[in-house]
Ligand binder design. Structure first.
Ligand SMILES: Nc1ncnc2c1ncn2[C@@H]1O[C@H](COP(=O)(O)OP(=O)(O)OP(=O)(O)O)[C@@H](O)[C@H]1O
Ligand SMILES: [Mg+2]
Length: 324
């Protein structure tokens, strides 16, 4: 562990995302299902192409770097164009990537995202090829060298790999922030068994309802605090409730912005929180920045473009704090 600037290690999948906009991606309703018709054998015009990189762990690493923290990313990547693009993006952002494992057997994820005229999207996703459930090839020593580890979207590894990461962190005195993605949420009972080794749990309302009982965000937070010292539950534009067991913070929307692309909202929120909390900011300050960061991200295409840089001026928002 280090003193001074916090060192945060993000572990998990990365992808290249290509967003395509076209007036021809016009929704048609058939029964209850809405389709974008892509007639076979026809060349359709695309009016806009946006290249971006994503994957939860690579997104959060960029928040930490833009906030001036020592940000490190570790995963298995190949020599395919998507892997190269992911790595270049992280290098440009000042994320340390020395622990990325390169091997021809691995491949970054790749998504083509068709943005329809009504703002909905159809995603053609290739999940890539990543390390197995043992984290073979990953350097677990990197975990104990960090102050915080942020594992998410561990692909095939899922819960097995998460267990290994969390156990390593616990032995080495590294704190764990958990904002689980699909692979980790597949078996909520197993995920729950890991929570005693987690310092901060940040999930949305539906995800938390798979872990603990509760109707309201506050009920969910109170129940989750039996397992984890710091809990944050978000509910999209309806706001968020967070508690560290001492006070409880309730926040609404930071700003009512036009949503261009929701990709990365949850990542920006969770990483925004940790970027402040790890520097010793209060619960309220951390929630405010998390809200501002995620709100900025949804106004841009791609998960990283809107991530806030250090020193940006924040405005106030509906937020209150009371004793727990
Ligand atoms: N429509 C919106 N307008 C403004 N801010 C939003 C909107 N949607 C989400 N946000 C911001 O993003 C945060 C996280 O969103 P949400 O609760 O939907 O997380 P999530 O379901 O985990 O997202 P993801 O699908 O990216 O994982 C919210 O707390 C809010 O600050
Ligand atoms: Mg989420």
């Amino acid at each position: 562990m280090t003193s001074g600037v916090p060192r945060i290690l993000a572990i998990g999948k990365a992808t290249q995302d290509v967003f395509l906009t076209s007036n021809e991606f016009d929704p048609h309703t058939e029964g209850k299902v809405v389709y974008t018709h892509l007639p076979l054998g026809v060349k359709m015009e695309v009016s806009n192409v946006t290249f971006a990189t994503g994957g939860n762990a690579s997104n959060v690493a960029v928040t930490f770097a833009r906030q001036g923290l020592h940000s490190e990313y570790m995963w298995t990547l190949g020599h395919d164009p998507a892997s190269e693009t992911v790595l270049r993006d992280l290098d440009v952002e000042g994320v340390e990537t020395a622990r990325v494992v390169h091997d021809d057997k691995y491949q970054a994820g790749y998504s083509t995202i068709l943005i329809a005229t009504n703002g909905e999207r159809t995603i053609l996703n290739h999940r890539g090829v990543s390390t197995d459930e043992h984290g073979t090839d990953l350097d677990f020593a990197a975990i104990t060298e960090a102050d915080w580890v942020y594992p998410t979207s561990l692909a095939n590894g899922g819960l097995e790999l998460l267990r290994r990461i969390v156990d390593t962190a616990e032995k080495g005195g590294t704190k764990v922030m958990l904002n689980p993605a699909g692979p980790e949420l597949a078996e909520p009972a197993k995920l729950k068994a890991l929570l005693e080794s987690v310092e901060i749990l940040c999930v949305n309302k539906e995800e938390m309802q798979q872990l603990v009982e509760g109707e309201t965000l506050e009920e969910l937070v109170r129940h989750a605090l039996h397992y984890v010292p710091v809990v944050i539950v978000s509910d999209g534009p309806n706001g968020v409730v967070a508690s560290d067991g001492k006070t409880i913070v309730r926040a609404g929307m930071y700003e009512d912005v036009p949503v261009i692309d929701r990709t990365g909202a949850g990542d920006a929120f969770a990483s925004g929180f940790l970027s402040q909390w790890a520097q010793g900011r209060t619960l309220m300050e951390s929630v405010l920045f998390a809200s501002a960061n995620s709100t900025s991200v949804v106004t841009k295409i791609g998960a990283k473009e809107g991530i806030l840089h250090a020193g940006v001026a924040l405005h106030s928002m509906p937020i209150s704090e009371k004793d727990f």
